[in-house]
Design a protein. Structure first.
Length: 416
């Protein structure tokens, strides 16, 4: 679906970014519109945060070294950042501009995030995302609402075969703590898990000097997936993780009653790469793409870093990944609805207005019918319409039919 051509040096783009041409742009906007509609139906309201933030503000949300980001300076010498993430700005906005809200806060966004791609990895530097944040509620019922909304939104966008893998970072932390894994080793293991490097995870476990049963459980932990029954093995081996297992099981139980039959289950290999996550974490997978089309989780401590301590959970959908998966389905046959109108730029301007008022897209051309035919072929419009005496001649590119009519704005809307 992506149209591309070799680029000479004068037209080169930075690594990780690309142009989006008309067909894909139109499809992306349709996906965005569908997601906006589903979010609004669940009581979420749109917010917009700036593309540029103060680096010092964003770094409040991070632990350890600053995350990779595009940085620049303002005229006062302050370091600015192109937002590398959309959860942090949304949390800042809710914690500051909506701090007086006493009930649950439900917001959504459709925006772009920017992160330098790692060297040698084909990762986009600019990502279009749509996401939601539920701020206030802290229990498994809130986690279930967000997971179920993710399934509903993806399904409404046309995605089939949605699969959601759910884990809990507090469960992983409880297991590591109960087995006496120190902070440096635990950090290395979490890094391996976030990178999906299970070989590095197992190697790290092998260096810990654990008892055989403990080492086997910890080595297998990221591979445990399925129904809530897989949590029983963890709970039996590590009683200290029982509370986290129970919370995760309850969230899955509640989500199962709301998810419309999607495949939602345990996947203890899920661990987000942003350190602010504190509880349930999840990823959505779809046919045709190798990366999760959506990621999310609970981040209860993030609001406090901006002055308002409130629980929160949310997700972000990668719009281009979702679009790529949707593109695997066969498209409807035939050209798209719309008219190329000969003379629409001049003597037939009134006719163009009448067609648009009837809800029919019009691509107006000059008086040359050859130009009109070329425009219809290149952009795949269904009809070519031109003046013919007192009425109009119409060519239907879908059926190949040619016919005459008096007022195309009255005839074309009713055609199948």
């Amino acid at each position: 679906m992506t149209e591309s051509a070799p680029q000479s040096a004068p037209a080169a783009l930075p690594a990780g970014v690309r142009d989006v041409l008309p067909v894909e742009a139109e499809e992306l906007r349709a996906v965005e519109g569908s997601l906006r509609e589903r979010f609004a139906l669940h009581g979420y309201r749109e917010v917009m945060t700036p593309v540029i933030e103060l680096a010092s503000v964003l770094e409040r949300a991070q632990e350890g070294p600053a995350a990779p980001a595009y940085r620049l300076f303002d005229d006062r010498g302050r370091v600015l950042t192109l937002r590398p993430d959309l959860t942090i700005p949304a949390a800042r906005l809710v914690a500051t501009r909506m701090a007086e809200r006493t009930g649950p806060v439900r917001v959504f966004y459709v925006a772009r995030a920017f992160r330098p791609p790692p060297a040698g990895r084909p990762r986009p530097a600019e990502e279009r995302q749509a996401g939601i944040e539920l701020v206030g509620p802290s229990g498994p019922d809130a986690d279930a609402e967000v997971i179920a909304l993710l399934v509903d939104a993806l399904t409404a966008a046309g995605l089939e075969g949605v699969r959601i893998g759910v884990a809990d970072v507090s469960l992983t932390a409880a297991v590591l703590g109960a087995l006496g894994v120190g902070a440096p080793a635990a950090g290395r293991l979490r890094g391996a898990l976030a990178a999906r490097n299970f070989v590095a995870w197992r190697r790290g476990v092998a260096t810990l000097g654990l008892a055989e049963d403990e080492a086997r459980l910890l080595a297998d932990l990221p591979t445990l997936r399925g129904g809530v029954d897989v949590l029983s093995r963890v709970e039996e081996a590590v009683p200290e993780a029982a509370a986290a297992c129970a919370r995760l099981a309850r969230a899955l139980e509640l989500a199962g009653g709301r998810d419309g039959g999607a495949d939602v289950g345990v996947d203890l290999g899920v661990l987000r790469d942003w350190p602010y996550y504190s509880g349930v974490v999840f990823e959505a997978y779809a046919p045709g793409v190798s990366e999760p089309v959506a990621v999310g989780g609970r981040y209860d401590g993030l609001g406090a870093r901006f002055g308002t301590d409130r629980a929160a959970v949310g997700f972000a959908i990668g719009l281009e990944l979702l679009h790529r998966s949707l593109a695997q389905r066969s498209r409807p046959d035939g050209p798209r609805r719309g008219v190329v109108l000969v003379g629409g730029l001049g003597p037939e301007a009134d006719t163009a207005r009448s067609l648009r008022a009837a809800g029919i897209p019009v691509a107006a051309t000059g008086d040359d019918p050859v130009d009109a035919d070329a425009a219809a072929d290149e952009d795949d419009w269904r009809y070519v319409v031109r003046r013919d005496g007192p009425g109009f001649s119409v060519r239907d590119r879908r059926s190949g039919e040619r016919f005459s009519c008096g007022r195309p704005e009255e005839v074309l809307p009713s055609r199948p």
